[in-house]
Ligand binder design. Structure first.
Ligand code: F6R
Length: 245
């Protein structure tokens, strides 16, 4: 393992969620007005649950953080129950009191998605950049919606979802035809600008790709392999996901 990557292997998903929540909470205690990059999906849910509990018991104050989400589906608005705006509001923001004006998520229903991308990138820069970026990983190695490609995506962009991602995410929709085909996503370069990256991976389905991402060749065919070039990456994986590390 590279020395810029700190790896924690924990027993199971519960332990992963606990460790990630403690690490996140510690960072918020040190930097309560910091800029935090957040992910959606199944993996961070346990961490968000714990942060909600910690905030309800006053162990953590999230009311001054600034949040930037990695991505959002194009074509659905923030009130759609499968939008990432809805996910964040219901799973973390409302219960922890993150102020509305500090919740930054690309608008999936923006009239001009390309302009929305440029504006989102500017907003991150104007906020002073991201201190801690939480990431999950797709079974195809994507981070955000940066899918395997011939080149690494640069800044926030309008991205097509890979077939594998559409399949994987169809579990949240009534039918696979309802899964949006496009998203607005921070680019690899945007993600790499974060001071610290916290990558979470759980379950056997992530084992092979996690091994490739952290130990294989650095290639845009495995977008997460770019993390090997970042100066400060923390990986929390459960035993099942860490099988090949
Ligand atoms: C979510 C995101 C995606 C997920 C990835 C893993 O905002 O950007 O890259 O992190 O698809 O998803 P789960 O955690 O559902 O396996």
């Amino acid at each position: 393992m590279l020395k810029n990557i700190t790896l924690y292997v924990v027993e199971d998903y519960n332990a992963l969620s606990q460790k990630a929540a403690l690490l996140f909470a510690q960072t918020v205690k040190t930097n309560p007005t910091g800029v935090y990059g957040l992910a959606t999906g199944s993996t961070p849910e346990g961490m968000y649950d714990r942060l909600v509990k910690m905030s309800q018991t006053n162990e953590i104050d999230m009311t001054k953080i600034v949040a930037f989400n990695l991505d959002e589906y194009v074509s659905i608005g923030p009130d759609h129950t499968q939008s990432y705006a809805y996910y964040m509001a219901t799973k973390l923001f409302n219960a922890t009191g993150v102020p509305i004006q500090n919740r930054n998520i690309p608008r999936g229903d923006a009239p001009d998605p390309h302009n929305e991308c440029a504006e989102y990138e500017k907003k991150i820069v104007n906020a002073g950049g991201i201190h801690l970026q939480v990431l999950g990983i797709g079974t195809n190695g994507h981070i955000g919606f940066n899918e395997p490609a011939d080149t690494f995506a640069g800044q926030t962009s309008y991205a097509a979802l890979a077939e594998e991602t559409i399949q994987a995410n169809s579990r949240f929709f009534d039918s696979i035809d309802d899964v949006p085909k496009f998203a607005i996503s921070m680019g690899i370069q945007t993600i790499m600008m974060a001071e610290t990256i916290l990558l979470l991976a759980s379950g056997e389905s992530k084992a092979k790709i996690l091994g490739e991402a952290l130990q294989g060749p650095i290639t845009p065919q495995v977008p997460a392999s770019a993390l090997q070039l970042h100066r400060n990456v923390i990986v929390i994986a459960d035993k099942a996901a860490a099988k090949f590390l």
